[in-house]
Design a protein. Structure first.
Length: 235
C-alpha cells in the first residue's frame, strides 16, 4: 500500500501489479500474456460484484484488467495490456516483428471482437427463438471467417501445426481463446453447435491445438462453470 493519501491502493513497488478478476475473459488476456512471457508480477484480485473502495484510483472506469507499471503508470484495456507485454518482452515472441504479419494477426483478433463476441452475448440475451438463431448464425459466420484466416495464415508461415504461428502461442491465441471458452454457455443455454465440416476444420484444429497448451489450461473454466457464470445474461 502506498504512503500517499491520494494514491492509497495495493501495489508492488518497482514491479508489475496486475488487477484482475480471474474468470473475466478480458482479464484473462492480461493473465495469459504475462504467463506466456514468463514475467513476474503481483496479482490483486478484484471482486466485480463488490469492488474495493480504492479501485477507482487504479481504473476510474472500474473495469478489469488494469496494470500498474514499475514506473507507476497505469494501463487499462485488455488489448492494450497484452500488446504492451508483447512489445516490452519481445523475447517471448508473442507478436511477429514484421508489420504486415502483425496487422494480419490483429485482423484475426478483430473477427472475435466484432463478430463472435457481440453475437455470443447477444445469443444469451435474446428473448425470442428467432433472435437466438440469428445471433447463433452470427457466431458461426464469425467462426467461418476465423477458419479461413487460419487456413491463409498457415499457408503464409508454411506451418499448420495448429496455432496461428504454427507451433507457438501468440497474441492471436492470448486475445481470443477466453471467448471460445465462453461459447460453452451458448452451447448449453442456446444449443449452439459448431459443425465438424470442412469450412470449420481449421478453426476446430486450432481449438484442439491451443486447448492442450498451459497458457490456456492455466485459466480456462469448465463448460458448466462458464454456463453458470453467464446465466445472468439470459433473457
Amino acid at each position: 500500500m502506498s504512503s500517499s493519501s491520494t494514491t492509497e491502493y495495493p501495489y508492488e513497488e518497482g514491479s508489475y501489479t496486475l488487477y484482475v478478476t480471474k474468470h473475466c475473459p478480458f482479464a484473462q488476456r492480461a493473465l495469459r500474456a504475462f504467463y506466456a512471457a514468463k514475467v513476474p508480477y503481483k496479482l490483486v484480485e478484484i471482486d466485480l460484484d463488490n469492488k474495493p473502495t480504492w479501485y477507482h484510483l487504479v481504473n476510474p472506469q472500474l473495469k478489469v484488467p488494469a496494470l500498474r507499471l514499475p514506473s507507476g503508470e497505469i494501463l487499462i484495456e485488455s488489448l492494450v495490456i497484452s500488446e504492451y507485454v508483447a512489445d516490452q518482452f519481445p523475447e517471448a515472441h508473442l507478436l511477429p516483428t514484421d508489420a504486415l504479419e502483425r496487422a494480419q494477426l490483429r485482423l484475426f483478433v478483430e473477427i472475435f471482437s466484432s463478430k463472435i463476441v457481440p453475437n455470443l452475448y447477444g445469443a444469451l440475451r435474446a428473448a425470442s427463438a428467432e433472435e437466438q438463431e440469428t445471433k447463433k448464425e452470427g457466431i458461426l459466420a464469425g467462426i467461418r471467417d476465423a477458419s479461413r484466416q487460419l487456413e491463409n495464415q498457415w499457408k503464409r508461415v508454411n506451418n499448420n501445426e495448429g496455432l496461428w504461428l504454427g507451433d507457438r502461442v501468440s497474441l492471436a491465441e492470448i486475445n481470443t481463446v477466453s471467448f471460445v471458452n465462453q461459447l460453452a454457455a451458448v452451447e448449453i443455454h442456446r444449443g449452439l453447435v459448431v459443425p465438424q465440416s470442412q469450412e470449420y476444420a481449421a478453426f476446430n484444429k486450432w481449438v484442439e491445438a491451443y486447448s492442450a497448451r498451459p497458457e490456456y489450461t492455466e485459466y480456462s473454466l469448465a463448460d458448466e462453470v462458464i454456463a453458470e457464470k453467464l446465466r445472468k445474461f439470459l433473457a
